[in-house]
Design a protein around this ligand. Structure first.
Ligand SMILES: Cc1ncc(COP(=O)(O)O)c(C=O)c1O
Ligand SMILES: N[C@@H](CCCC[NH3+])C(=O)O
Length: 432
């Protein structure tokens, strides 16, 4: 059986391993639901970007919203990676993991003044500004601190990334970026503001993109703008081409990292922009296939009668992995321990009180209660989108490297979940 997802996922006899670690053993040791990540898979993905950009001024800024675990950030930072952040909380995480703020780009449509101050004090490399109003605010904040903010404008190239509408960001109707036809004028405004220093241009057209075409179209639109902006005497040092490269969940065939980057760089060179610094902001393609979510089968509830569905109830739920419920995303589910018995078709669902709480529909699996199942390609937008719905503590996380493994996040305990709640004063309660 070929397993989509991490190249480091493998079967030894009946037993599913990530690198050299048995997932069932990890589940026994740390409990379930459990996220497990391969350090090698992350390193290899980052190296693919870095190698395709070798010999030119570049920086890969990991879009940490995909997976903000400190150990993941630490792993990537140590390998030379910068970060794409979208909040002050993410900046704190970068710093806590030992990341370099000088390699941070700050994206997002709704940066608050407090977040701007925090990022200016940390001296982040650049702000990707997404509106004219934000540009004004950032200049004021920088002036009030006696600083200048380095900025690049995130332009919206109006290109269809060909992905799920919820994760497409580069179309006119999306909230992201500055409209292509406004960009030259907004650059002129930026250059005239006292608190800003224009350093680059940015675009990010969406996520889980599986073709090179939309990237090349967006790049051409961005390079047209670069030429128009520079014709006005405003220098742009870097080109930030965003993230968005897809991974294989269900037979998709996205271009390999090296192949996509090489095609983009060739186009940049061909258009005479090869001297510029190149940035990418990948999230999913760095960590998605590095991770799995392991759960235990709690109960089997076979359907009876025509059309009845059979439910395989596991201890992971939509609060642990939102993607199937939120986007109807298909993610492969495999048994951690293969059984010889005949397989049956199951709806793989969690314990949360919602009919939309499913991880996989109509999956063919040979399972018994007590077995473990792994949802594959769960390293990106898995734990990072987890919630405490139904007062469920978030899962534990483990990193593996070869035959070594480390717990990198403790399972949340019930008492921690209400630790921020405040009771009303007893007098109020007594008064009825
Ligand atoms: C500004 C920005 N950069 C980079 C990314 C990373 O996207 P992906 O995980 O699809 O590579 C995102 C999310 O789509 C984003 O919003
Ligand atoms: N959360 C989305 C990706 C969002 C990208 C945000 N910039 C997913 O799981 O596919």
């Amino acid at each position: 059986m070929t397993l989509p997802g991490s190249p480091h996922l493998n079967r030894r006899g009946p037993s599913l391993h990530l690198e050299d670690c048995s997932l069932r053993e990890l589940a026994r040791r740390h409990g379930t639901p459990l996220y497990v990540y391969s350090r090698r898979a992350m390193h290899e993905a980052l190296t693919a970007y870095q190698q395709a950009l070798a010999g030119r001024d570049h920086l890969v800024c990991y879009a940490m919203k995909a997976n903000p675990s400190l150990a993941v950030l630490q792993t990537l930072a140590a390998a030379g990676c910068g970060f794409d952040i979208v909040s002050g909380g993410e900046l704190e995480r970068v710093l806590a993991a030992g990341g370099d703020p000088g390699k941070v780009v700050f994206s997002g449509v709704g940066k608050t003044a407090a977040e701007m101050r925090q990022a200016l004090r940390a001296d982040v490399m650049c702000f990707n500004v997404e509106s004219e109003a934000e540009l004004q605010r950032l200049s004021e904040v920088a002036v009030s601190l006696g600083r200048r903010a380095r900025v690049s404008l995130r332009v919206n190239p109006d290109v269809d990334a060909g992905t799920h509408p919820y994760i497409s960001t580069g179309l006119k109707g999306n909230k992201f970026g500055i409209a292509h036809d406004r960009a030259v004028a907004v650059y002129a405004q930026a250059a005239a503001l006292p608190g800003l220093e224009v350093v680059g241009i940015d675009c990010h057209i969406g996520s889980q993109i599986t073709q090179a075409g939309p990237y090349l179209d967006a790049l051409d639109r961005v390079l047209d703008l670069v030429e128009a902006v520079e014709a006005q005497g405003i220098a742009l040092h870097h080109l930030d081409l965003g993230g968005g490269l897809g991974i294989t969940y269900d037979g998709e065939r996205p271009p390999a990292i090296g192949e996509l980057v090489t095609r983009l760089v060739e186009r940049i060179d061909a258009r005479g922009h090869g001297h510029r610094r190149i940035l990418f902001e990948p999230g999913r393609s760095l960590v998605g296939n590095a991770g799995v979510l392991v759960s235990e089968v709690l109960y089997l509830k076979p359907g009876s009668g025509p059309g009845a569905k059979s439910f395989c109830i596991v201890d992971a739920a939509m609060n642990d992995l939102m993607r199937p419920a939120m986007y109807e995303a298909w993610m492969a589910i495999v048994a951690c321990e293969q059984r010889d018995e005949p397989a049956a078709r199951w709806e793989v669902v969690g314990p949360v009180c919602e009919s939309g709480d499913w991880l996989g529909r109509d999956r063919t699996l040979a399972v018994q209660a007590g077995d473990h199942l792994a949802v594959l390609s769960a390293g990106a937008y898995g734990m990072s989108m987890a919630s405490n719905y139904n007062s469920r503590g978030r899962a534990a996380e483990v990193m593996v490297d070869g035959d070594q493994s480390w717990l990198i996040r403790r399972r949340e305990q019930p008492s921690e979940l209400h630790a921020h709640d405040l009771l009303l004063p007893p007098s109020v309660v007594a008064a009825g």
